[in-house]
Design a protein around this ligand. Structure first.
Ligand SMILES: [Zn+2]
Length: 393
């Protein structure tokens, strides 16, 4: 049994706490306050809790419900995970309202992913209140910075390991088995500064970049035709930022572009970087004055879990039981922390609530899906960790 009044009220309070990622918005406060709130909730349930401020203002929270066979290696451990940070609030009318209308709760982060935090807390509360004795450990992890560089999930993997994990990013209660990776590369072209009238001296770094951008455009078409993943579709590339030149009447000495690639399961930094390097090599062959450098800024691997993995089977069973129909299997075209947990050897599925307006101006989560998620997570924890209701209740 899930206390739906508790999860609705908790979600409303979570949305009212501003946890905008400071790396995305200069005035974003980060996770400290929301982490304090989550810690308080967990401690009130008598769950062993760690508040880990691993960098100034950046916090992970971990709650551990120890199983009866904890540490013996004879029971499976499970991690339920959500990130606490959100993207910025530009253009939003009332970002921290937590207002409820027609079964939807509104506000920044309601869908991505405070609804999931509330669902995890409500499931944990059910375990504690109903004295459900799990065999293996159940870890509740709330991490920082998923929306930027995932320093929270990376830090978490230095400290803990479980057999399985559920990343509760939004899936509409479908089971997500794969997602694309992400690489951001910086390309810098170098020209020579000169008076705009001295064309024999000046070398235009912006025009050089133009040639690169045209090639990236061609690459985009090529990537979209090259390979198709059954759940994630094709890869893609685009150029979110270009900055070059100093002023009118001066030849641009430098131009910098950031190129963003979304990669498919199986692709590595090496193979993806090669695509960009080839463009630079080709342009250099065409023009000896061409001068450009390539640098990796962000690399996050793609992720995929086999459909036959035991956590996938258990997720299917839990969803089928709660929703009275089997889940759909889906892939996400964006990146998530699951890749970091998967790389650390944890069998991970992605399973979260239903809603809309992710990273947009009107964001909402369907409350009923938050409650359903709680029920699914509770069932999954019992199934994965092994359980029996305590005799002395
Ligand atoms: Zn998210």
């Amino acid at each position: 049994m899930i206390d739906t009044t508790y999860s609705t009220e908790t979600l409303r309070q979570l949305v009212r706490i501003n946890s905008v990622n400071p790396s995305l918005s200069a005035d974003g406060p980060g996770e400290k306050e929301i982490a304090r709130f989550i810690c308080r909730e967990l401690r009130e349930m008598n769950i062993e809790t760690e508040f880990d401020e691993f960098a100034p203002g950046r916090v992970n929270v971990t709650g551990i419900i120890r199983g009866r066979k904890s540490g013996t290696g004879t029971a499976r451990s499970l991690m339920l995970n959500a990130h606490m940070d959100t993207v910025g609030i530009t253009g939003m009318e009332n970002p921290f309202s937590g207002e409820i209308r027609d079964g939807k709760l509104f506000g920044r982060g309601s869908y991505d992913m405070k609804g999931s935090i509330a669902a995890i807390l409500a499931a944990a509360r059910a375990v504690m209140d109903q004295k459900i004795r799990l065999d293996g450990d159940l870890l509740l992890t709330f991490v920082a910075d998923e929306e930027y560089k995932s320093i929270g999930a990376t830090h978490l993997m230095k400290k803990i390991r479980t057999n399985a994990a559920v990343v509760t990013e939004p899936t509409g209660l479908d089971v997500c088995l794969a997602h694309r990776g992400m690489g951001v590369f910086k390309i810098t072209t170098r020209g020579r500064t000169a008076h705009g009238g001295k064309h024999k001296l000046g070398i235009d770094a912006n025009a050089m970049m133009g040639r690169i951008l045209a090639e990236v455009g061609n690459l985009s078409g090529e990537i979209s035709r090259r390979k198709e993943h059954p759940l994630c579709g094709a890869g893609s590339v685009h150029v979110p930022l270009v900055r070059g030149g100093r002023s009118l009447f001066i030849y641009a000495n430098e131009c910098v572009a950031h190129v963003e690639l979304r990669t498919l399961p199986g692709e590595t930094e090496q193979t993806v970087r090669e695509d960009l390097q080839q463009i630079l090599v080709k342009l250099k062959q065409e023009d000896p004055m061409f001068d450009a450098a390539l640098e990796t800024v962000i690399w996050q691997s793609p992720y995929e879990i086999d459909r036959s993995a035991s956590i996938v089977k258990m997720a299917e069973e839990a969803v089928s039981m709660v929703l009275q129909e089997p889940p759909k299997y889906i892939g996400h075209t964006w990146w998530e922390d699951s890749a970091i947990f998967g790389e650390a050897g944890i069998e991970t599925v992605i399973l979260g609530p239903d809603g809309g307006g992710i990273h947009e101006e009107v964001e909402w989560v369907a409350l009923e899906s938050v409650h359903q998620l709680s029920r699914i997570l509770l069932r999954l924890a019992e199934r994965c960790c092994g359980s029996a209701v305590s005799q002395n209740t």
